[in-house]
Design a protein around this ligand. Sequence first.
Ligand code: ZN
Ligand code: ZN
Length: 179
Amino acid sequence: MHVHIFWDALSPAGLQMPVSRTISSILGVPTTVSENHVRMMGYNVARHQIDAAALLDSIQTYKHRHDIEGPVLLVVNQDLFKPGSDSVFGLARHHVGVAVVSAARLNNEYYNLRSNDDDLIDRLAKEGAHEVGHLLGLDHCENPECIMFRPDTLDELDRKKKVLCPVCAATFAGSGTTP
Ligand SMILES: [Zn+2]
Ligand SMILES: [Zn+2]
């Protein structure tokens, strides 16, 4: 079992390998990264955002059609929303093993701060590992430093460490989903 990371053409170039490696080290599972061939469904013209649930449908279709076994994480650059939320950093659909994360609100420029690739790599890896954690059976965690903590803001995301807390690590190790 390994995690398939699909990197959309519009996503920040050159960060694929460090993000993939960091997700692998956070979760202790192998990852591969390749260019994205999933159709970008769910664009909402009025909102200038993509409906994350519609995009998950598209990933699910692709995963099924190509007989992909392991979890799939798509990395996009477009801003995402889901019904009931103005925006989401990412979304996962556990029972079918598909997830998406967006770089749109993870880069410093969005907050009028100076661009920094290391910050963006860290945030994409944390968000990516969080969504993949769901695909591997983990729920949300109350520990604000844990990868499985659900951040509402960029500060909360930055406060998280690039590790599972001992409780989540024990749950994961006991779940039998490790390779
Ligand atoms: Zn979550
Ligand atoms: Zn935890």
